[in-house]
Design a protein around this ligand. Sequence first.
Ligand code: URA
Length: 233
Amino acid sequence: MRLDKLLSECGVASRKESARAVRAGQVSVNGFPVRTADVQVDPDADRIIYCGRKVLWRKFVYVMLNKPDGYVSATEDGRGERVVTELLPEEYRKRGLFPCGRLDKHTLGLMLLTDDGQLSHRLLSPKRHVAKSYAFHVKFPLSEDDITSLESGVDIGGYTTKPCTVALENEREGIITITEGKYHQIKLMMEAVHNQITYLERRTFGPLSLDPALARGEWRELTEGEIELLNQS
Ligand code: URA
């Protein structure tokens, strides 16, 4: 693989920046400064140093973010809204990380961002029934009948939701677990039982659980174990 391609795919430098750094003698491969940015390198075996920093090659990157209120699930927004990728360092944005699925602007919690398009596609496929659980608060008390309706399926604008589970912590708070991802699904499900969501936080997504050490707006890369679980799911 070409050195400048590798540096740009890692989000370290554009091809132009790489050429400039090479000319300035700031790029070395296995201890030797390189003369041209188009030299062939083996990303798995060669030790590449760019401006004093070791370049870490990974085919894909997976990030868990604790989404704060007020951010939209996108990489850019033409209407001046804040987007979740703004919360990541520039090198991740340069790599082209995008949110795997959407959370509404006011929904909080677990969001996966990656540049692995295939994995993202698989996790979001309606055929896979990947479970997602959300902590919720609603405006009015939920009755036994409401829970039965929600769990067996309610009409949200002409679509009947698939069976789900609702575990109440008290009459206005609980955890709902769904295996699909229609637009505004939980908000609309609560509206179908004449109620209203006042708080929504995603706690799990497939095998991933929101890391309690992450404050709102904080992120970390997934562990090897978490990536393996995602690939198996
Ligand atoms: N359901 C919703 O209504 N909103 C979300 O953000 C996620 C699920």
